[in-house]
Design a protein. Structure first.
Length: 261
């Protein structure tokens, strides 16, 4: 885990990263949204769990959380979910209903605390209403993002991720080349189906996201991006024509493992 930090008055980032030798660093971010009814968005990597819970407690007493919004049931988002649900005893779990049922096959997820969300659903947090949406790219059909209309803030799940050379706290710290190359490396890996898409229909999906007017974008796998949505959408629009990702073969994998710290 890296040190938590705050972006604006209402969002704390709980940052970690997964370093793949020869490939780069993949940011792994969870967030605390300080609404009247506070929300934890995702639960980090399992390997970080004690540090994740310390980071969470440095931002908010888990007992004060009213919602855990799980964007999808991938392991880079669920690491401390069980510990969080135990300590955040007042919190409901907002997530895709079938994702909740799938998770209940591998740990005793308290299904009575699940509030299933589908794209278009709204959640009243007291001082604001957030809306569930399907992110434009994804690696898991459970993926459910958030748009906070009161602050024009998009929690974009795996969309707009990037593989970088180091951790950063703001996309503005990256050169255009680092951002474009990093996002291309991520998206070709995470959403390989982009190469199969009808370009006009993909453009329509990206236009819908543009229409949200998101000022702040919090991707699970990108430093916070303020005022950059047009740049992010432009990069994703070009992914279908990028070189497809190739999975490591056995020799490449062995070399990666040998180079791990
Ligand atoms: Fe994912
Ligand atoms: Fe992810």
């Amino acid at each position: 885990m890296d040190e938590p930090y705050r972006v604006g008055p209402d969002v704390h980032v709980l940052p970690s990263q997964m370093v793949v030798p020869g490939v780069g660093s993949i940011p792994i971010h969870a967030f605390v949204l300080l609404a009247d009814q506070p929300v934890l968005v995702d639960c980090g990597l399992g390997i970080d769990s004690p540090a994740f819970m310390d980071a969470l407690r440095s931002v908010i007493d888990p007992a004060e959380l009213r919602w855990v919004w799980l964007t999808h049931d991938d392991s880079d988002h669920t690491g401390s979910l069980q510990a969080v649900m135990e300590q955040a005893s007042r919190a409901q779990l907002a997530t895709h209903g079938l994702g909740a049922l799938r998770m209940a096959t591998w740990w005793p997820l308290p299904l009575e605390r699940v509030h299933a969300v589908a794209p278009g659903d709204r959640l009243d947090l007291g001082d604001r209403t957030i809306r569930a949406l399907r992110p434009p790219t994804y690696d898991n059909p459970m993926s459910t993002g958030i748009f906070d209309e009161s602050t024009d803030t998009l929690f974009s799940v795996d969309s707009f991720g990037a593989i970088l050379s180091a951790s950063h706290r703001d996309v503005a710290e990256l050169s255009d080349e680092e951002l474009q190359g990093g996002m291309q490396a991520w998206a070709t890996f995470d959403s390989p189906w982009l190469h199969l898409t009808d370009r006009a229909r993909l453009a329509g999906v990206l236009d819908e996201v543009r229409g949200l007017g998101a000022e702040r974008v919090f991707s699970s796998h990108l430093p916070p991006a303020i005022g950059r949505i047009d740049d992010l959408l432009e990069i994703v629009a070009a992914i279908p024509d990028a070189t497809p990702f190739v999975a490591p073969d056995a020799a490449t994998f062995d070399a990666i493992v040998d180079a791990l710290p």
